[in-house]
Each structure stands twice: as structure tokens, then as C-alpha cells.
Design a protein. Structure first.
Lengths: 286, 305
């Protein structure tokens, strides 16, 4: 079955045009969370402007993670009992994951498995960042970049099954088959979404170039290499599925050199990745 | 049950001639339960080193050491003694380390064991000869620890997740309530402030009152309450949000809750023996608070229940 490249591109562009913008709440939550002097009143107000987000934050607090004896039923209560930092972190993660997860159901890439892969890549990139001792705030950025690296696969429809099959049988990198068959790869599609959502430079770069990491990537070479390695780690771990199980061995070696990591350091994050993934998956269940 | 204090200080060890009487080691409490003398350790501050030595001398000759360590939280003064607790290096030792972890933190093993990396300490966590298991615990009204010992835990108010522990055995109750600060209304209460929100101000107050009452209920009727009392009321105004309680508040709460003995704990590192003795004249007079006996916890002190 041949896929009409022109039609495919139009479909993708139409899908992206219809995708919701990153909500103003998410923008405001991001802003409040990056300020150390934000007051409890401000945090409460920003989250409560969005009733769905409020509900999700409260459900998260009442999930297995804290499981307090008495249920937390309001943001005011949550902030009083658990403090600003905890509520800030929960709101930020919830808001971002909500904006990207659940936008579409696909037969080619089942939603849960797709986001499990994405979380795995984010967590792995963050832990590799920890090994490299990057500052804490930048580790969160690595998590987000890893989480969103395959964002460009979200608009693909059921015809993507064919792409996956060809990549599997011919053992070719997915982005290459995407280009051959559909005329566009998921990195390019991801860039279109990143542009629409006005994501920051590092995250955008990781979405657009995680399969083509060069030595001089505009000062973001290390982050890019860490996210690309996080993606590979999630594939090796076989946790979740985003259709790309064939990392080339020489590619791993090259990325490790770029990131300044040894093979042992790369493998050493093992046990913690699974635990971090389970923690992050709480967000997907709500 | 029998309690022995191995460390009573808060924040940082404070050795020297001015702290000899009350002791300079940070939090560590030994709890012995029942006819088998079951060992429970609460917190692994610098005081746990001497406890470890005592176990090596007195317990090890009778058989391998088997203990549960409960961490109130993972701030440094409550875990810093862990690498110096000799039984962790002895094959055959069985330890179960229990403690809370904040949402944004790593697993308990990483948080506690992270100080055993070559950059901080000559021995790596992976090299321990003993058998140590780590358990993350949450707020829970009833945990069965076996042998008739029951535990309930309560979320306290501290910058990271901290738990109070209530141990009950044979009708006796030992309770810890540190590090914690009374909950308070965090929201703007001044109606003239542009950010004032009536509903937030009202509910913020309600939740604080209710949570403070819940903590009093948690230690109600305890035979011994070991409570954060780092500051005095006079000092508190410049230490709001630091996560600690005042002596006056601890006494009032213990008294309202019908606590029989209140051990004031987590002494500020700047408190000398002379100052604490002086405070004791004010706060620890026998009979001053009805049936509640109040004293400052002291290193080496034993309380039999």
C-alpha cells in the first residue's frame, strides 16, 4: 500500500492546527513554579483557575504516593499540609503531562505504551544528567525533553502501522522509513508542535534532533546526547513502546563520547529507572 | 518498654565543655520492647555511633544484631550517624530501615545511603556486610510490628515529609513528635492586602487548627512523649517556617492531650547546659502542669515505662 505523501503531510498539518495550545494555566504554573518568592495565595489561585488541574493535583495527593489517613479535599489544605514545594511540583508535572498525553488514540502506538516509553526516556535522561552532575533545575528540563522527544509521533494515524512494519522487517531506523514512506519524519513533525507550543530551546532541539546528534549542536550538545541516550535506554529496557527498537551500537558509543559518559555509568542507572518510572506513571493514571 | 536517649541535640552535633550534661549528639533513641528485649532505634543522628558500640559490646556476644530503625525524616542531623553505626559492617546483622520520603526525592535507600559514596565516606553503601532492607512508610493509623508491638504514624509539619511515631505495647505508649512546627495559616489574612482571598484565609485557618488537634490526638494519653522543643516562644518570631516547635507550645499540647511524661527534645545547638538548667527551673517544676511531668531529654537518660 503506497501512502500519498502529500495527503499525509496535509493530514498531519491539519491535526497539529487542531491540537490545543499549551494552556495559559500551564504557562502560569510554569512561571510560578520557577519563582522562589511565589506566595501560597498565588500558587493556590493559579491552580484553582483550572478546575480540572485542581482535581488532578488533589487526586495525585490522595493517590498511593502519600495516602494520608484523611483525604485532602482542597488546594488550601494541600498547601497547608504538604507545603508549597510539593504542591508546586505536582501541579507542574500534572499540567505538562496532561497537555500532551491523551490528545489522541492510535492503533499504531497505543497511548499507555507510548507514554510509558516517553516517561522511561525522560527518567533515564534525568538520571544520566544526575550522573553528569548537571544542576537540579536542568535535570527537570532533561526529564521534560525526554518525555516530549517523540511528540512528533502523536499526529500519525493508523497508516503508521505500515511504517512500523517496514522498519521492523527491514531493521531500519524508524525516522528513515518515515521519510521514505511519508515524506516527513517524527522529528520534523515534533518541531511543528514545539513551535506551536512555544517550547523552550533545549526541549525543541531534543524533539527535532534526537536521532541526529552532532558534535556542535549550538551549545546544547550534552543535553541532546543525554536525551538521545535516555531514549535508547528506554528501548533497551523494553518498557513501553514507541516503535523504535533498533538502536545502532556504534551510535550508542558515539553518544556516550558526546555526553562524556562511560558504558558503566550508562548501565549503572538501571535499578532506579524502573522505580522512577513507576512514580511518574502515577501521573498517567489520573 | 524502656527508652534510652543516645542523642538529643538538633541541627548539628555540638560537643564541648558547655554541653556535657545534656550531650552534644544529634537525634538517636533506643527503645527496648518486651521480654525478648526487642530493639527499635529511632533516628540515626550522631548518637547512634555510641549505641552501635554498646550493641557490639553487650548484644553481639549473645547473637547477631537484629533491629528496626525508624527515621523521623531524612534531614542530615537524623541520618548522619548511619555510616558510623558499627553493626552495619558485621555479617549476620539484620536491619530494617523505615522512613518517609518526600514526593520529589529519590528512594529511601538512595537518600540515606547517598552519604556512603567515596566522595563523602571511604566505604560505599554496596560494600556493607550486613543485611539491610529499606522500607518507605507513610501516614498509617495501625502497623503491626509483631510480638504485640503496634505502631501508628502521623504526618508532621516540616520542610520535608516527617513522621511522628506512636509505639504501643502492653498498654504502654511511647510517642515521638519531631521535627515539627505547629501548622499555621499560610494564606494572607489582611483584608486590605490586594491578594486577600476570604475563602483561602478562612480555610487556611481551619486546616491549621484541625491538623494541630489531630497531632494532639495522635499523642493523646502517651506515657512518654518525645517532642520537638527547639525554641522558646520569645525566639519563635524570627524562626517561623523553620519547622520546629517552642517549649511553651509543646508543654501546652502535651498537657491538653493528657501526656504523662514530656521529654523536650531536639535542643538548639547553641543551648548550653547552664541555659537548659535555667529553663528547667521555669518549665520543669514538679506538679506545675498537673499530671504532666516535663523534663529536658539528656544523653544517657533512661525512662522505664
Amino acid at each position: 500500500m503506497a501512502i500519498d505523501k502529500e495527503r499525509q503531510r496535509r493530514n498531519i498539518e491539519r491535526f497539529i492546527a487542531k491540537m490545543p495550545s499549551l494552556s495559559t494555566t500551564v504557562g502560569k504554573v510554569m512561571e510560578i513554579c520557577s519563582r522562589t518568592d511565589a506566595s501560597p495565595n498565588e500558587l493556590n489561585k493559579v491552580i484553582s483557575l483550572d478546575p480540572v488541574l485542581t482535581g488532578q493535583v488533589l487526586r495525585l495527593i490522595n493517590s498511593a504516593y502519600y495516602s494520608l489517613v484523611n483525604k485532602v479535599t482542597s488546594l488550601t489544605r494541600a498547601i497547608t499540609m504538604l507545603g508549597m514545594n510539593t504542591v508546586k511540583n505536582m501541579a507542574l508535572s500534572t499540567a505538562i503531562i496532561r497537555s500532551v498525553a491523551g490528545t489522541k488514540k492510535s492503533k499504531a502506538l497505543p497511548t499507555t505504551k507510548f507514554w510509558a516509553h516517553s516517561i522511561g526516556a525522560g527518567v533515564s535522561a534525568k538520571l544520566l544528567g544526575e550522573v553528569k552532575e548537571v544542576p537540579v533545575m536542568e535535570r527537570e528540563e532533561l526529564f521534560l525533553a525526554g518525555l516530549l522527544h517523540d511528540l512528533g509521533k502523536v499526529p500519525f494515524g493508523d497508516e503508521y502501522i505500515e511504517v512500523l512494519n517496514i522498519a521492523k522487517f527491514e531493521q531500519l531506523p524508524l525516522y528513515q522509513v518515515e521519510r521514505d514512506i511519508m515524506g516527513i519524519d517524527h522529528q520534523e513533525v515534533g518541531l511543528l508542535i514545539a513551535d506551536k507550543w512555544k517550547l523552550n530551546k533545549v526541549i525543541t532541539k531534543c524533539i527535532g534532533s534526537h536521532h541526529s546528534v552532532g558534535p556542535h549542536d549550538g551549545g546544547h550538545g550534552q543535553q541532546l546526547a543525554l536525551v538521545a541516550l535516555g531514549n535508547i535506554y528506554a528501548n533497551i529496557l523494553d518498557h513501553g513502546y514507541a516503535g523504535n527498537p533498533f538502536p545502532l551500537e556504534e551510535e550508542v558509543g558515539r553518544l556516550l563520547d558526546l555526553a562524556g559518559l562511560s558504558q558503566e555509568q550508562f548501565c549503572g542507572i538501571g535499578g532506579r529507572v524502573v522505580e522512577e518510572i513507576q512514580k511518574a506513571e502515577i501521573f498517567l493514571k489520573i | 518498654m524502656k527508652v534510652r536517649f543516645w542523642g538529643v541535640r538538633g541541627s548539628i552535633p555540638s560537643p564541648g565543655p558547655t554541653t556535657q550534661k545534656y550531650g552534644g549528639n544529634t537525634a538517636c533513641i533506643e527503645l527496648r520492647v518486651g521480654p525478648e528485649n526487642r530493639l527499635i532505634i529511632i533516628d540515626a543522628g550522631s548518637g547512634i555511633r555510641s549505641l552501635g558500640n554498646a550493641l557490639m559490646a553487650n548484644d553481639l556476644p549473645k547473637g547477631p544484631i537484629n533491629a528496626d530503625i525508624f527515621l523521623s525524616h531524612t534531614h542530615w542531623d537524623h541520618i548522619m550517624g548511619y555510616p558510623f553505626f558499627t553493626p552495619i559492617y558485621i555479617p549476620g546483622t539484620k536491619l530494617r530501615v523505615h522512613g518517609p520520603v518526600s514526593f520529589e526525592d529519590d528512594p529511601l535507600e538512595e537518600v540515606v545511603g547517598g552519604q556512603m559514596k567515596y566522595r563523602y565516606f571511604p566505604i560505599n553503601l554496596g560494600e556493607l556486610a550486613s543485611d539491610v532492607e529499606y522500607f518507605r512508610i507513610k501516614e498509617d493509623p495501625d502497623i503491626d510490628l509483631g510480638d504485640g508491638l503496634r505502631l501508628s504514624t502521623k504526618l508532621l509539619n516540616h520542610p520535608i515529609t516527617a513522621l511522628g511515631y506512636r509505639f504501643e505495647y502492653d498498654g504502654r505508649v511511647v510517642c515521638t513528635c519531631y521535627d515539627t512546627e505547629p501548622f499555621r495559616n499560610l494564606f494572607i489574612t489582611d483584608p486590605d492586602d490586594p491578594a486577600y482571598d476570604e475563602a483561602m484565609a478562612f480555610e487556611g485557618n481551619e486546616v491549621a487548627v484541625e491538623q494541630n488537634m489531630a497531632i494532639e490526638q495522635f499523642f493523646a494519653g502517651a506515657d512518654l512523649l518525645i517532642c520537638d522543643s527547639q525554641y522558646t516562644d520569645a525566639e519563635y518570631s524570627s524562626r517561623i517556617n523553620w519547622g520546629h516547635t517552642t517549649m511553651e507550645y509543646a508543654i501546652g499540647a502535651a498537657n491538653r492531650a493528657g501526656v504523662k511524661k514530656l521529654a523536650m527534645f531536639h535542643h538548639d545547638p547553641d543551648r548550653t547546659d547552664a541555659i537548659l538548667d535555667d529553663f528547667a527551673k521555669t518549665y520543669c517544676q514538679p506538679g506545675k502542669y498537673g499530671d504532666t511531668e516535663v523534663f529536658f531529654a539528656r544523653e544517657g537518660m533512661e525512662v522505664e515505662l
